[in-house]
Write a protein that binds this ligand. Structure first.
Ligand code: HEM
Length: 337
């Protein structure tokens, strides 16, 4: 049984997940990842500070447990609720030692905060989706399984988000985080496809070509995140001239990623040819081809024109859009009628 409500909720959740991915990428491109040193609160506040005044010790000021100050180039956390006296009493404070990051930049803080906010909001449609699907599990057990899996993956991502903050953005965790969002997108698309009223069957040759394109794209996304980790490592090592980053990388990963994109182009061309030959219609096909062309263009700009920050989120979001437009017609075509 198809459920239009589940389909609508899956669509809303997908929009949120895309926003989360976009916001996360903007966080990274602007270097705002440590804008909030703690999690889930930000400097111990639910709504983060806008100026350094809030993070400055003053006499006769009330603090709540967990709230932070910036003093002697370190963050300090209030041990309990208290009001300061005329002198700084270190016994009231613990040095924040989860990591040695101790900068307050309000723009970074707010970019990171909005990112977390979108992440938290994305939980609402996903939670409603899981509850509704579980309630009607008897009629449609697969909806319940998929929705609960999405919810668990989202919780895992939130937990990972916290460990990324605690670990001062350890690179591998960022890749796992990214592959987790890919998993959520795929599950939501599957769920949406199962509840779509019309599900065109594709000829076998198109299903096989799309499957090959899907596995190539997942591999390419993985290679892309590895390339990105090399870029981040170069930036962390103090490389300031972005144009020198890719030529200076002592690994062939960026070239592998670039060459692998040719494979995607070749298989996409085969798909265009096979579609013409079979005269079949693939939902979202034009968007897919346009997306691949655009991704190539953006990739070339990143590679040869010094990794412009504004292109990083575009490249990432396009990769998930491509993945979605490959998998959706596949999920529609292989679903049970
Ligand atoms: C056609 C399919 C392509 C896909 C699906 C794809 C996907 C990705 C992904 C997911 C990332 C990681 C982004 C991030 O984590 O922020 C990435 C990074 C990157 N890609 Fe691609 N890419 C493609 C093509 C290309 C091409 C053709 C080039 C260059 C010739 C290229 C150059 C780069 C570079 C330089 C990075 C690192 C950018 C950064 O650090 O932000 N990509 N790619």
């Amino acid at each position: 049984m198809r459920s239009p409500i589940i389909k609508r909720l899956a669509t809303i959740s997908l929009v949120f997940i895309f926003l989360v991915i976009l916001a996360g990428s903007i966080v990274r491109a602007t270097g705002s990842g440590m804008g909030c040193p703690d999690w889930p609160q930000c400097f111990g506040y639910t709504i983060p500070p806008t100026d350094v005044e809030t993070l400055t010790w003053r006499d006769n000021r009330g603090f709540e447990e967990g709230q932070m100050i910036l003093r002697y180039n370190h963050f300090w956390v209030a041990n309990s609720d208290f009001t300061t006296s005329t002198t700084f009493n270190q016994l009231n404070w613990s040095k924040y030692d989860r990591h040695d990051y101790s900068i307050f930049n309000p723009v970074h803080t707010w970019i990171e905060f909005v990112n977390r906010l979108i992440g938290a909001l994305s939980g609402i449609p996903i939670l409603i989706l899981a509850v509704l699907a579980v309630i009607s599990a008897r009629k449609n057990p697969m909806n319940a399984i998929l929705s609960v899996a999405v919810l668990f993956l989202l919780l895992f991502e939130a937990w990972l988000g916290k460990t990324v903050v605690d670990g001062n953005l350890v690179p591998n965790q960022i890749t796992i985080h990214m592959m987790g969002s890919v998993g959520i997108v795929l599950l939501l698309l599957m769920l949406r496809a199962r509840n779509e009223t019309e599900a065109p069957r594709l000829p076998k040759v198109l299903v096989v070509t799309l499957l090959i394109l899907l596995s190539l794209t997942i591999t390419q996304i993985f290679l892309g995140t590895q390339t990105r980790e090399l870029v981040d490592a170069a930036l962390d090592n103090g490389m300031t001239q972005r144009i020198d980053i890719i030529p200076g990388v002592k690994s062939s990963l960026p070239e592998i990623h670039r060459s692998f994109a040719w494979l995607i182009l070749v298989v996409a061309s085969i798909l265009v040819y096979a579609k013409r030959a079979t005269k079949a219609s693939i939902p979202g096909f034009n968007a897919l081809i346009f997306g691949i062309a655009l991704e190539w263009a953006v990739g070339l700009v990143l590679y040869f024109l010094g990794l412009p920050e504004v292109m990083q989120p575009v490249h990432l979001v396009l990769s998930i859009a491509i993945l979605s437009s490959i998998s959706y017609p596949l999920f529609l075509s292989v679903r049970k009628t």
